[in-house]
Design a binder for this molecule. Sequence first.
Ligand SMILES: [Zn+2]
Length: 212
Amino acid sequence: MEFLSVANERFITTQVTKLLNARTASKDKDVIAAVKGLIETELAAQLPDRPETEQIIRQLLEVEDRTHADLFLHALKAYVIPFTYPQAEVVKKLFKKEKRLRLPKLDAYDWKSVTYLSWKDSGTHRQYFVTRQDEDWKTLQGVTQSDTVKGICRICRHHTLVNLFTATVKGKAEDAFTSYSHYICEDPAVCNANLDNEEQIFSFIEENLKRN
Ligand SMILES: [Zn+2]
């Protein structure tokens, strides 16, 4: 039964790493118990309130080592809701004003690893975003510079390789465009792997669209 978002799964993965790090750093039972308590609180606050969630938390807290963690995380995939992706025809409609839209290779994605769809056109340096929020598609587009630097990604908030993305947003007045720049992960797949809270991509798109 699928009930976890991809971002939920990323968040659980982060908590597993936290537990393994604590187990490596300390043999003190009280220290481990304290870390477990924190993990339990964070997971209960962030994950859907369901009986299965309790079971997942219990199993997570029993993870002893890397091998055990990998087995746990592998089994977790069965609970993950894949990203509802748009068909090619829908993508074309979503970006109908784009004259030379290059479509992403939709069959190349693992949709259980995607919180948002983003792809770049290496010829035009355009980058596109699509999210699914309350049964609606939300989109954003802009231009990405090819220079890569180390920095904090505005979407996933991780320190990683980023480049400057400038959103182009149509203003209220006809022909008025405003632009807004952020450093974001160079690779959307890396960003999706880091993103453990889907609100961060929703607010990123929202914030850019409001700037006019
Ligand atoms: Zn990122």
